[in-house]
Design a protein around this ligand. Structure first.
Ligand SMILES: [Zn+2]
Length: 445
């Protein structure tokens, strides 16, 4: 085993079998210790924080992507300039050769709309830690013996990505073989290689997994993955069901962003925040304190500092703790991005009421199998509902939405129905989207 693989294996073993905090108190104490060390030893290495006396995390402002990019040079500890990093990342994307680094630092682009793309930096040591923790969290116990048995066949993983990165190449070794499929090339092109590979683990966006499920059911694909991971987008109940039906295994989720490895599905099926390695402050979005935007501090990273970084995601807490007993918070769902929250005026006041994407998706699910695909776009008080559906579905959708308006106490928007159109697989899917707020409504959480 090379030094690289050995380091990954060490992180894997520590995460999987090392002593983990057993209670919420112990977990929080562990986080406080890690944060203290991070603030004292790592933070001053970045110009941004060099002369700042920081005693507590809350002494620092909450930042977002524009701050991270705007002060890129000052927020990394290696003196890497944004223009150099961006140039390298763009060259890699254009050539589809993702191996170049700046000294040992991998540079990647986060998916985002053009002009709003983030650049992330990960050192070789961080890459190995990330790979070890990710494998420990993502690989099911049933496959672990094969990872550790030199004479067993390697675990084969099919990985569908928008862009490859040597971040992911790090995961490869003799025990685990990664095959990367370019989402840009589409599903059709991937079928022959996928058939030949016979992957044990399938990793991709929900949209991609669903497309593969359709191929499998149509008989054009015959693979038997024992583990399926959904990444990068919201995994909706309908998608999960379609994938399970086709492959016989329930997809797990990896909540992994360029800002860090934030969450994973445990063996009991609970979706946990990765709080042993990342500090996450909930910024509550509702009075009942069920939904929040995560503010992330990754105290394991030492190159590009992610400190009180607010993600644009809406997360919903589960009602009950997970049966696995982990003290890490359990999510009911990653509901979507903040710009997927729609807003309507209250029926009897000027107040703006948020309609969370999950509520809209539930309406569509309530309309039943008649609705195969949908998209809802809010344009002020007009909602464009585009459906791929059987006749009669519209009536069901109208009924489900009327119940939603009543429950939320809001003024109903005008529903404008149209036909749903398929979009390219490599584009981020957003089934619910806010294009324009209703006039004169002040919409804040
Ligand atoms: Zn659990």
């Amino acid at each position: 085993m090379g030094a690289e693989a050995l380091a990954i294996a060490a992180h894997f073993a520590r995460t999987r079998w090392g002593s983990a905090p057993g209670s919420r108190d112990a977990l929080e104490a562990h986080q406080r210790r890690a944060l203290r060390r991070f603030l004292r030893e790592v933070l001053p290495r970045a110009p941004m924080y060099r002369d700042r006396r920081v005693r507590d995390l809350t002494d620092l402002p909450v930042m977002d992507k524009s701050a991270l990019m705007g002060e890129f040079d000052a927020r990394n500890t290696r003196g890497i300039r944004l223009e150099d990093a961006m140039a390298l990342a763009l060259r890699a994307e254009a050539s589809r050769d993702f191996t170049p680094t700046i000294s040992d630092v991998t540079v990647g682009l986060s998916s985002g709309t053009s002009g709003n793309r983030g650049v992330f930096l990960v050192s070789a040591a961080e890459r190995r830690r990330w790979a070890g923790i990710l494998l420990a969290r993502a690989l099911p116990p049933a496959l672990t013996p094969r990872l550790l048995t030199p004479w067993a066949p390697p675990i084969r993983v099919a990985f569908f990505l928008r862009a490859n990165s040597n971040l992911y190449e790090t995961l490869g070794s003799r025990r685990i073989r990664f095959a990367f499929f370019d989402l840009l090339a589409g599903v059709e092109a991937a079928l022959p290689a996928l058939r030949a590979l016979r992957p044990d683990v399938l990793v991709g966006t929900p949209q991609l997994l669903r497309a593969l499920a359709a191929e499998q059911r149509a008989g054009r694909l015959d693979i038997r993955p024992s583990h399926i991971l959904s990444v990068a987008e919201v995994l909706e109940a309908q998608d999960a069901a379609a994938v399970e039906q086709a492959f016989g295994v329930r997809p797990h989720q990896l909540y992994q962003a360029t800002e860090g490895f934030l969450g994973y599905t445990c063996a009991h099926g609970g979706l946990h925040l990765n709080e042993r390695f990342v500090h996450i402050e909930p910024q509550w979005l509702d009075e009942a304190r069920t939904r929040f935007q995560p503010v992330v501090t990754d105290f394991t990273r030492e190159t590009q500092l992610i400190v009180r970084y607010r993600l644009n995601d809406v997360l919903r807490l589960a009602d009950a703790p997970c049966a696995c007993g982990s003290p890490e918070r359990t999510l009911a769902a990653i509901e979507g991005r903040c710009d997927e929250v729609l807003w309507l005026p209250a029926r009897d006041s000027a107040r703006a009421v948020p309609v969370f994407p999950d509520a809209v998706r539930r309406c569509m699910a309530l309309a039943g199998p008649a609705v195969r695909e949908f998209e809802v776009v809010q344009q002020g008080m007009r909602w464009h509902v585009r459906l791929a559906a059987s006749p009669g579905a519209q009536v069901l959708v109208v009924r489900a939405m009327a119940e939603l308006w009543a429950r939320l106490g809001v003024r109903p928007p005008e529903l404008v129905f149209g036909d749903w159109q398929a979009q390219d697989l490599h584009l981020k899917r957003r089934r619910v989207r806010l294009a324009q707020l209703p006039q004169g409504l002040s919409c804040t959480f």
